[in-house]
Structures are given as C-alpha cells and as structure tokens.
Ligand binder design. Structure first.
Ligand SMILES: Cc1cc2nc3c(=O)[nH]c(=O)nc-3n(C[C@H](O)[C@H](O)[C@H](O)COP(=O)(O)OP(=O)(O)OC[C@H]3O[C@@H](n4cnc5c(N)ncnc54)[C@H](O)[C@@H]3O)c2cc1C
Length: 454
C-alpha cells in the first residue's frame, strides 16, 4: 500500500503532536529503522512511528486504523519471522523507548518496550539483581517476554513471562491500561506468553531476584565425540539442581575456521563451591578441546553467545520440543549435522527443568512445562546465494528428526511459514486466549504476530 493512502491532514495532525519521530520512505533514517535482526526481512512500511511513550503509541495506532493500514510493532526487532515490519503498514517502533527504573527495595524493575536484555541486565546488576532474559543480550525484552521467554535463569526463577507482574498496555482503541493480576486478571494471564496479540506494551514490570556473580562458559569436544558426549549430557543433567542449566549441541568453532565441535554451555547460580561441585563432571568428562568455565557477572554470561548472532545475518529457524533425548535422536542429530551447509549454524538442545517446570501448563499462556528439551535449528548464513540450500537443509533436518518431536512448539522461535504451528505453541491455552483476544482486540488490529484469531 502506498503512502498516499495516509490522509495528509491526519499525517499533519500526527506529526504536530508526536513526541517521537515520524519517518516516511524518503526520510533520513527510514532505511535503518525498517531493518530488523534477520537480514532476510526487507520490507517497506508506509510510515514508521518512532515512539517515545504510550501517547505516541496510541496516536500511531489511531492513524493506522483511520487509514486502513496494518499495524506492526517493533520491540527489539529480533523476531526471525520479521513480524515487526510490514510492507505498506504503520510500524510502531519502540526502539527509542529505553527508560529503565529499578526499585531495589521492592525488587522490581519497570522497563520500556524498546529496551533490550543487555540494557536491562546492566541496570538490574547495578543493584545486585536479575531476572530471566534471553540467551543473547541483543534480544528485545518486550517480544521475548510476551512470547514466554526462556533463558539461563529459567530453572532457578522460571521464564521471563513468569516474572512479569505488570504491563502498561496500549490497546487497539488507543486506551492505556495498567494491567496486573488485580486489575485485569485474564489479560495479565494472556500477556504471560500470548505474544503481541492484545496491545502494545509501552512498559513492562518484572520481579527481580538477588544475583550477581554466576559461573558459566563453554566446554567443547571433537565432533567425533558428539554421540557419546550427548549421551553423557543427557544423563548428567538428570536430577540437577535449579542452580544448574546446561544447553548442549553441535556447533562450529567460534574462530571462524569452520571446524565442527560438540559443545556444552554451562551455567550455575550457586556459590563458587557449589558450582565447582556440580560442574566438575562436565569439565572432566572425555577429552575436551576447550574448557573455558569460570565466575563472571550475570550480564557477561548473557553476552557469551552474542558474536554468533550478528545483526543482518540471514536467518531461518525451526524448533520443537522433543520426546526425551533418545540414543536414536542423538545419532540422527549427528548424522544431519554432517551435511550442515553453513559454518554459522548449530543444532541446539535447551534443557527445561526446575522452576520453569513447576508451573502448571494453564497457569500462564505458556503450556510447555515438562522437564525435557527444546531442539532448535537456528540456521544462519550471510550470502544470499546460499539461502535456498540453508532453508532446504533446515526443513530436511527438521523432517528427519520429527519422529522424536513431542508436538509442542516454542512460540518465540516460530517463523513466518508456520501458522499451522501456532496451536502447538499455545496448546491447551488457545481457546482461553481467543476469549481474551475477542475482548481486547475484536478487530484483530494486532495480527502481525503469531496470531490468535478472535
Ligand atoms: C539471536 C536470537 C536469540 C534469541 N534468543 C532467545 C531466547 O534465549 N529465548 C527466547 O525465548 N527467545 C529467543 N529468541 C526469540 C525472541 O525472543 C523472539 O524473536 C522475540 O519476538 C524477540 O522480541 P523482540 O522485541 O526483539 O522482537 P520484535 O521483532 O521487535 O517483535 C516481535 C513481535 O513481538 C511483538 N512485540 C514486540 N514488542 C512488543 C511490544 N512492546 N508490545 C506488544 N508486542 C510486541 C510483536 O508481535 C512483534 O511482531 C531469540 C531470537 C534471536 C534472533
């Protein structure tokens, strides 16, 4: 849809009162603002509303609705499906909204919708506090949390969504609601994992936990040891304490050499003695090539994998929860990894246990509460000429491993071609989410997301 479909009078009224910046396709900064993390996404909104607060968001929704244009919402821009940006739509860009206020006495933080995890972690850490955030520090807090939010702290403190206690939400009709368990119990329930379906989160309030120094790092083995290492890993994490989280997978050496490795990324929130005791088996198993494990501030742990996910790389992701980690699945992973076309791509196992699994599947909108693994194929490459081969490998690998999948899908990892997976992501909560959607967004203004159709 062309920009001419926005009435000049409406546009003038918007720019006259807007605190942020309104960008049209010919404006400086438009091309930077429309770019998101995934370099495959190349869309041109009719208007980008770079908001400063809830009032700007409400006005941007208003002009989109009056003009009959689609609304997309950008928090941190990390969604691989690129739903933060739509051709011909109004992109509500929260990137300038960076306010963070920690209340150390209450152990809470309120952060605006454009904040990313490195920023929130830094402010919370200044008070010796933290909350579950993404495994990569450049992910936006808003899309991540509304989509559930798994990460290093989930065994200790639950998902990001489990720690969300309030949302300043701008609804489809431009109203600003202060949502919490008392004021809007159903809506608050839906915001804990129901995605961007119910409105725009101008700011989010989280419960924080005392945490400063953690123990973490990388243990890597030759790729030939992968089948044995993954069997060891499966058995070693069984019954582990809430302090311990280990993700494992088949990866490439971070030095860019393209060498394949079998690796475990370990994380421990206990005292140095407890960490040493619990991590010793992982550090001493087999004949590792690399054991780089030690104490570090939690915000540093959150950046360890950042370099592997540069902005602008081309991404195509598939994932599913598994039915355990059988020898057959391990062997199939190793076999598929032998033909991986990109030295940036990994096959990753994310272990769910502890606090995240002690919440009932219908207590929040996130139903995935079983102990076990989420298997992620985050394919990444840089040369557009290799796009077809990388997408084909990802789809073929997903199909080859699918007999080991449970049917549950992690909402935050769904791509654009996966509308049929949405029910698998919301599981038994889908019908209740539809009811909440009908109440707060009956016209489905917020549909550029993993959509719950009212
Ligand atoms: C490198 C990388 C690492 C990742 N690591 C993790 C991880 O460890 N754990 C995990 O769970 N996920 C992870 N993800 C997935 C990520 O959480 C989702 O892609 C999430 O949508 C990103 O949030 P964002 O705000 O950055 O995204 P955006 O692309 O800005 O937004 C995605 C969608 O979220 C909604 N949204 C965003 N902001 C708002 C808002 N303020 N109000 C209402 N709706 C909003 C909109 O529907 C939007 O389309 C990762 C993704 C990448 C690319």
């Amino acid at each position: 849809m062309a920009i001419s479909t926005i009435d000049a009078g409406l546009l003038e009224a918007l720019t006259g009162m807007f605190s942020g910046t309104v960008l049209l396709p010919d404006d400086d900064g438009y091309d930077d603002a429309r770019r998101v993390h995934n370099g495959l996404i190349d869309r041109r909104p009719a208007l980008i509303a770079r908001c400063q607060g809830a009032a700007d968001i409400a006005d941007a929704i208003g002009i989109a609705r009056s003009s009959g244009l689609e609304v997309s919402v950008r928090g941190g821009g990390h969604n691989v499906a690129g739903r933060a940006v739509a051709d011909g739509g109004v992109m509500i860009d929260l990137a300038p909204m960076k306010g963070i206020h920690v209340d150390p006495a209450a152990r809470t933080v309120r952060a605006q919708g454009g904040v990313i995890w490195s920023e929130l972690n830094r402010e919370a850490h200044a008070h010796g506090l933290a909350v579950t955030g993404g495994a990569i520090s450049s992910t936006g807090i808003a899309g991540y949390t509304l989509g559930g939010g798994l990460g290093w702290l989930m065994a200790k403190h639950g998902l990001g969504a489990d720690n969300l206690i309030g949302v300043e939400l701008v609804t489809a009709d431009g109203e600003t609601l202060n949502v919490d368990d008392e004021s809007h119990p159903d809506l608050m329930w839906a915001l804990r994992g129901g995605g961007g379906n119910f409105g725009v989160a101008a700011s989010l309030v989280y419960r924080l936990h005392p945490l400063s120094t953690v123990t973490g790092g990388l243990i890597a083995h030759p790729i030939d040891a992968a089948p044995e290492m993954l069997r060891f890993y499966r058995d070693a994490v069984a019954g582990g304490s809430d302090d311990l989280t280990v993700f494992a997978g088949l990866v490439h050496a971070p030095d860019g050499s393209g060498h394949k490795l079998a690796a475990m990324v370990v994380f421990h929130t206990g005292s140095p003695d407890e960490a040493e005791r619990d991590l010793a088996p992982f550090k001493t198993w087999g004949t590792p090539l690399v054991v780089e494990v030690g104490p570090m501030p939690y915000p540093v742990m959150n950046t360890l994998l950042d370099a592997a996910y540069p902005k602008g790389a081309l991404n195509y992701w598939l994932s599913s929860f598994t039915t355990g980690l059988s020898d057959e699945l391990i062997d199939a992973m190793a076999e598929r990894f032998a033909s991986v076309p990109s030295p940036m791509t990994v096959i990753l196992l994310e272990h769910f246990h502890g606090a995240v699994t002690r919440i009932a599947p219908t207590d929040t909108a996130v139903p995935h509460r079983d102990e076990g693994w989420n298997l992620l194929l985050p394919s990444e490459w840089t040369d557009p000429a290799h796009t077809e081969a990388n997408i084909a490998w990802t789809k073929d690998t997903y199909a080859a491993l699918s007999e080991h999948f449970s049917g549950g899908r992690w909402l935050n990892y769904l791509g654009d071609d996966q509308d049929d997976a949405i029910r698998s992501a919301y599981g038994p909560n889908y019908d209740r989410l539809v009811e909440v959607k009908r109440r707060y967004d009956p016209d489905n203004v917020f549909h550029l997301n993993h959509n719950i159709v009212p």
